[in-house]
Each structure stands twice: as C-alpha cells, then as structure tokens.
Write a protein that binds this ligand. Sequence first.
Ligand code: ATP
Length: 465
Amino acid sequence: MTTDKPTTTNPDPLIFTGHDSPDTYSAIPSAGQLPATQIHQMLQQQWGEALLQRLHVIGRTAAALGTPAYLVGGCVRDFLQNRPAPDIDLAIEGDVRAVAEACSTEPSGVQCTYHPHFGTAILQYPDGFQLDLARCRIEHYPAPAALPEVQPGDIQTDLIRRDFTINAMAISLDPEKFGDFLDPYGGRMDLQRRLLRVLHPLSFLDDPTRILRGLRFAVRFQLQLETGTRGLLEGALTQDIFARLSGARLWRELKYLLELSDLPAALEELDAWQLWPLLRPTRPELEALLAQIQRGQQEINWFHYHFPDENLCDTAVLLTILWRDSPWAAAEKRLHYWPLAGGRHILSDLHLLSEMPVALAKASHPSAVARLWESLSLPGILALLAEYPETGAITESGHYYLLKQRGLTSPLNGKDLQAMGLAPGPQLGKVLRRLHDARLDGEIEDKETARQWLIRQGILPSIQP
Ligand code: ATP
C-alpha cells in the first residue's frame, strides 16, 4: 500500500468506498462453518492419504521448531473448488530453512533446496512430488507500482498482502489445529458467489499486475468483478497506473494472458475491463478479431502438431494478429518496452503482410510463391493464415510451403559448384539461388538432375571432364 505503515495495520481492510453492503460480510461464513474435521476429510479425499501424511509431517516438524505452517494461496482456492492444485504452497511463520532441512533428514529421501535470496525452499520427494515453502511476510509498497519492501510477518500479515480474497485463505498444518481454515476476507464466500474482490482500496495502485492476474482468474473461474473492485479498477486506469509499471513486468503478465487457451474469452473480458490500450491503441472490431485469434490458435496447434521439435513464438503470432489493423508505430512503441525476443520480426511482418495476398495471387511459379512465404517469419506466416478460412487457397499454399518447400535445398552446394569449375563470388551465389528455385519448381531432384540443368542453362559446358 502507498501508506507510511505496512499493509497489515489497516484496521478493516474490507471497508472501502463502493464495496458491497456491510450485510454481505455478516453472511460470510466464519472459519467454524468449515470445521477442521471436514477439511481433513476433504484433503484426504481430494489429495490422497500420502500427501496428507506429508502435510502432517511438515506440520509436526514446524510446530516442534515453533514455526507454524499453513497451506496458502492458490492451492487452497483450488482445493475449495475441488480442482487439482498444480502447485502446493506452504507459508511458514518462522525459519523456512530450519523447517525444510528438518523435513529432509534421512531416511525420508526428501531433498531440500533453500534459496536464501528469496527465503524460500523446495521439498522434493522421491516420487518427484514437490512442495514450495515461503516465509510469511509483510509487504509495504513505497510508491505506486513499485516493487514491495518485504519483512518477516505472521500468517495474518501474509494473507493481507495478497491480491484477491479468493487467494487469501490458509489451512493450518499445526498438529493441535490441523485443518483450521483461515479466511479473514471471505474468499470462500466470494468463490461461491463467483466474485473477484481485492483486499484493500490501494491494491491495484500498489501492484497493477494484479489487474491482469485478476483478469486471468476471472476467465479461469468465471468470476465477476465485485462492484467496489470494479470502481477501484476504473480509478487505477484513470490514474494511468500501467504507465508506472516496467515493460518487463507488464509483458510478463500480458504473455501469461496471451498463452491462455481460452484467449478469446480473455480478450472479451479485457474488452469489458477497458484494457485494450495495454495491447493496442484502439478498441478492435471484436467479433472479427476474436474469430481471427481463434484461427490463429488453430494454426499454432497445426504447426506444433506437424513440427513438434521446432520452436515457435506463439505470442508473436497472436500479437501480429492483434496489430494487423493498428498503426505500425503503435506496435513499435510497445515492442520497444517489452522484452519480447523476435519483436523485430513482427515489425517487418507487419510491413509485408498487407501486400502478401495480391503478391501470392500474382506469383506464377512455385518458387515465386515460396520466396514470398520465405519473406515472412514463421509467426508472420501463421498470422496471415489466420485471416483466411482453414480450407482455402491461401491456407493451402501456406501449409504446402511449411510442409514441403521450406525444407528443400539445392542438391548442389557452393563447394560442389566450385569443384565443377565455377569461380567463387557473387555469381556463384546467384547460381545457387537459381538451383534452389529450380528445386522448388520441381525441375531438379538430385545432384545429377541439377548438373544436367546447369548444362541446359549454359552454366556448365555440355562436356564435363
Ligand atoms: P495459479 O494456479 O495460476 O498458479 P496462484 O494463485 O497459485 O494461481 P501464483 O502466481 O502462483 O498464482 O501466486 C501464488 C499466490 O501468491 C496467489 O494465490 C496470491 O495469494 C499470491 N500472489 C501472487 N502474485 C501476487 C501479487 N501480484 N499480489 C499479491 N499477491 C500475489
């Protein structure tokens, strides 16, 4: 928070302008309404006995060291929704290293990796399973959008530093109260009501990346912005809060967004949250753009299916689609700030793409068509295909180029030509290029047909020694 005091000192973080009526809060279930025994049973059912026993061991070990341990954050949210939790995060109210090392003593087979810089540890179990441990902390934001100053805290301070109520719940692993449910901000009720709510009024100003995190959660769990939170979002946008964020932090969040398989839904949400300026200068014609994005995702999947070992920057395909009808300078400005490898290619593709359909239609030889496709980067090719139906001349031509023509090379290389008596230099380069074209046009197949072709073209004498 942009106050002089740590966020934890806010006496009632839930009361702020535009929030739901106070009655809403009296309806939020207290911890007692989800008893520890029930949580225990649910953990056993959802996560299985083996993991439950591991959590018991950590709870006992931490308690013996006087450092209570909790399940916290996204895994609690996912657990309450009976969804698989990909990462299990534990918050420790004391010395993380001591707990992690005590859990990894022989003969458990558990390996511990401690990261002193972050004060975090990873416990790696013999079956490959891992748990992430972090120290409970207090965060203080010295300025809007600045990185927080961090100091050790307890579980209460650790929960209030979090982004949304649905991510600010914890479950105690302490042997005395294993399964106790901590939900000071009503995250469980918000999950039930499908509401996305921040914990305090300065949340988005402190850390605008939360806006894009929230958008992802909204799409993933079909959440609505709670009224007060919507007001805070609008206020933060009025203050142009994203302008204070570094390009690297903004790009990290945008990249996560673009990588969502449900990207069309995310862009619809982005539209509703009025966040287009992050990606492009104007609001697009939404329906057409979403259809192209979907086509783009199809093309990306097509490519990964046919070329599983080849790298493709999927986000470059999507950005090219997003920027096709925007001024080039708008794309350039964004790429100037975002650390996106391959940004240069996007800009050159944006220059070339408009000319491509006419040029492709005019191209008379397969080699001419291939040369046109070759002028685009891989993401640029797929972005162009996204503008056309799955079955149609342009898509067919693009797929043919990628599958058949792209890998074709001249059967003779520079060394072969020199061995045949051609002098090194620019002329040799031209001959190589013509040979490549002849291969693309199906006029030559191998070294012998290439040699005969060179003779026919008068490049080699008809009688060779
Ligand atoms: P996912 O399933 O996408 O990983 P997650 O909630 O676990 O969801 P993480 O990015 O792993 O997402 O973050 C773990 C937890 O850390 C969150 O649940 C949230 O409580 C907290 N958190 C992460 N980023 C922020 C942030 N920018 N501001 C406040 N709290 C955050």
